[in-house]
Ligand binder design. Structure first.
Ligand SMILES: Cc1cc2nc3c(=O)[nH]c(=O)nc-3n(C[C@H](O)[C@H](O)[C@H](O)COP(=O)(O)OP(=O)(O)OC[C@H]3O[C@@H](n4cnc5c(N)ncnc54)[C@H](O)[C@@H]3O)c2cc1C
Length: 318
């Protein structure tokens, strides 16, 4: 997931001029993407595979792929020293309108220090609340001291609004599409996994086995560990194993980088009935399965998963 971020950084000047163009001409987001060439723009994540929701999109859904809408911040609470959950509200009769697994786009207008020029920024986030909930959605956002959007969101006060657009579908999940899903996540890369985990575990007719390998810097940095542990306790088809870089001596999870041994012991073996999902910072994705080529292409399979013997179609990179 965070791999996209790297592309955002490297294209920041073209992003800035594009975003100014959006402000000036108020063109539709989709038209802008077409003009500048989708490959250069991280926000141009594929928008396919939303059949039911798109054909029915109406006031039943708060998100609109053709229009920026305002969500209102209700409250936020900290998960760790740098990550918070933000609850945004919208029409209490509407659902968010988010097929699993999808993200949404956020947009903010910022002002350059010095020249005072205004420009807008766009960043994707992956809601973690129940997509069927009416009137609200929750975003889990990590704060970066130099981060434009994460700082913008961090300074919002209850009652302030955030512009959003979407959904942007990533992996259209269908119940029982595979017998066993393996998940490798790092940090806030857990967000798309949470959507899929919730979809499976809340559906009594979905018999998918789920194995999550979740990597973080330290035990204190593990996001929503209590929730994940409770789910694993309640659902025999869900297993979670944590890996951290640094830990005290009483730590019972894994220590160090994700390696072949831990993948082979914890995740489903390569087969037509299995799929491995990977989401995390660029270093993790590259190490585990090779970088994505761009937003619209999964790129080559490389790294640990290739060495173990998985094929490209058995791996999905968020
Ligand atoms: C499909 C998708 C879904 C996403 N979902 C989520 C989500 O649910 N929650 C979430 O918190 N984020 C998510 N992200 C990342 C998010 O979109 C932003 O990239 C992130 O919040 C940083 O944006 P920013 O504007 O604050 O930082 P920017 O202004 O873009 O970056 C400024 C500086 O911040 C630091 N920085 C920013 N991002 C990183 C990083 N990943 N690793 C290391 N340093 C970094 C760097 O120093 C960078 O130079 C998602 C990204 C994608 C592509």
């Amino acid at each position: 997931m965070q791999q996209h971020h790297q592309q955002h950084d490297s294209s920041s000047s073209s992003m800035a001029s594009l975003e100014e163009a959006i402000n000036r001409k108020e063109l539709q987001f989709a038209a802008i993407c077409a003009l500048v060439g989708i490959a250069a723009l991280y926000v141009a994540v594929p928008r396919s595979s939303e059949p039911a929701i798109h054909s029915k999109r109406s006031k039943d859904f708060a998100l609109n792929p053709k229009q920026w809408v305002n969500f209102t911040l209700q409250e936020s609470h900290p998960l760790t020293h740098n990550t918070r959950i933000y609850r945004f509200t919208f029409d209490p009769n509407a659902k968010l309108g988010l097929p699993v697994a999808s993200c949404l786009l956020t947009r903010a207008v910022l002002t350059t220090t010095g020249s005072g020029r205004s420009y807008s920024i766009i960043r994707p986030y992956t809601p973690i609340s129940d997509p069927n909930a009416k009137g609200y959605c929750d975003l889990m956002v990590k704060f970066y001291p130099e981060g434009k959007m994460s700082r913008h969101i961090a300074q919002l006060k209850p009652g302030d609004t955030l512009e959003v657009n979407g959904p942007v579908t990533k992996l259209p999940y269908k119940a029982n599409m595979k017998r066993h899903l393996g998940m490798i996540a790092g940090g806030t890369g857990i967000t798309p996994m949470l959507q899929i985990i919730d979809a499976i575990l809340s559906n009594p007719n979905d018999y998918t086995q789920l194995s999550l390998l979740y990597a973080n810097l330290s035990p204190e940095n593990i996001l929503l560990k209590d929730n994940l542990d409770a789910l694993a306790h309640a659902h025999p088809n869900f297993k979670v194993f944590y890996m951290v870089d640094i830990a005290a001596t009483d730590w019972t999870g894994g220590l160090g980088r994700i390696n072949k041994d831990v993948i082979m012991k914890g995740l489903p073996h390569p087969s037509r009935d299995t799929l491995i999902l990977v989401s995390g910072p660029p270093g993790l994705v590259e190490h585990v399965c090779g970088d994505k080529e761009d937003e619209n292409s999964q790129g080559e399979l490389a790294g640990l998963l290739k060495e173990i013997g998985y094929k490209m179609e058995q791996v999905y990179k968020f």
